[in-house]
Design a protein around this ligand. Sequence first.
Ligand code: S3P
Length: 435
Amino acid sequence: MLKLSSSAPLKGEILIPGDKSISHRAVILGSIAKGDTRVHGFLDSADCRSTIDCFRRLGISTESVDGDPHELIVHGRGMHGLCPALPYVEDSHVTLYTGNSGTTTRLMAGILAPQSFASQIGGDASVNSRPMKRVMEPLRMMGAQIESVQGNNCAPLLINGSSLHGMSYATPVASAQVKSAILLAGLYASDAVTVTEPSKSRDHSERMLTAFGADVRASGNTVVIRPADELYASEIHVPGDISSAAFFIAAALITPGSEVLIRNVGTNKTRDGILRVAKAMGADIEYVSSADAAEPYADLLVRYSHLKGTVIEKDLIPALIDELPVIAVMGAAAEGTTIIRDAAELRVKESDRIAAMAEGLAAMGADVTTGPDSMTIRGGAPLHGSLIRTFSDHRIAMSFAVASLIASGDTVLDDERCVDISYPAFFGDLAALQR
Ligand code: S3P
């Protein structure tokens, strides 16, 4: 339980910790590449540690440079260097435990399917209730032997390594996790693999695979990967996570008098939807500096703004999928109505984020209605503190910490430690801007 209350203007600057998606991928590709991969700006959080733990059980070692957990070396063993994992001691169901990380679970399925050994992989109650058919189906089309242990299309998964062949596949949902699982398996296939998505999801895998020497070509919403003999170690610079920056962008925009310099924000075009939405809502966000790298990033100066409602839908959804909870908070603080639609994916994240946001915002006095894939927030109602159920979902907890800044009375989060999943220093960083 954590008690929060309304805030004075937020002032100062904040350095955003590393991107979670990119950090996972650096460990995964570093592990199956030949040689030592150096990762700068690695996100040291529970989810990324789950990926490291899985690879450790598969025979990969990693080390922090000079004891700094954000500077990581992955000692890769090549594409065929993984060893079968030993039984997991604390949880008898799985040999590879992925904690709360859907990204680890789904991407690992793509890596494990073509190995010469069997694996069992699963995570906590949240991960084990999330849909896995979306990766099982395309991997099976490539020849993978992959079963849901409980027969419910969820993890734990039993994967018997087998040889894979090429295919052309259209994914029913725009999901970088599904696309990435297929591309990773495609490295080991006998022929080219083509994936087409209904809308373009984040392209970190494509960018990083190229850096490791894979033959990946993207055109529109289609990506083609050709089988690789070997990948080669690389040096990866991880920018700050825009999904973490989002909480401070929203906090500065809605808290009167605020002015915050948010440094090291990843601005990859497949992730920057929140910046486009904020602009449409009338936000005052200035690019103070920006750098064009393999993964671009910028420093953003964000000032309190009088926000207006907007509509968020269609192809924009994958570019801000993880930011929708805090965008709903921005909608509650805005003048007019904010409509989020085409967002059914929010129902199958770490929690049902449509239900979780609607429940908490309504408890705080906001006017919210929901549909199967939508939320409508009629902004402007004054917010008051309440007891908030986070459903142990890190992004729900951080979204309501932002809402508490403009609420009268105390807001109490039922579980604040869930922020460790993606942003262990979140509450300290927020407090530093309130001094
Ligand atoms: C992620 C992809 C997204 C996102 C998740 C991280 C990734 O999930 O919500 O937090 O790293 O590939 P989906 O692929 O299910 O949309």
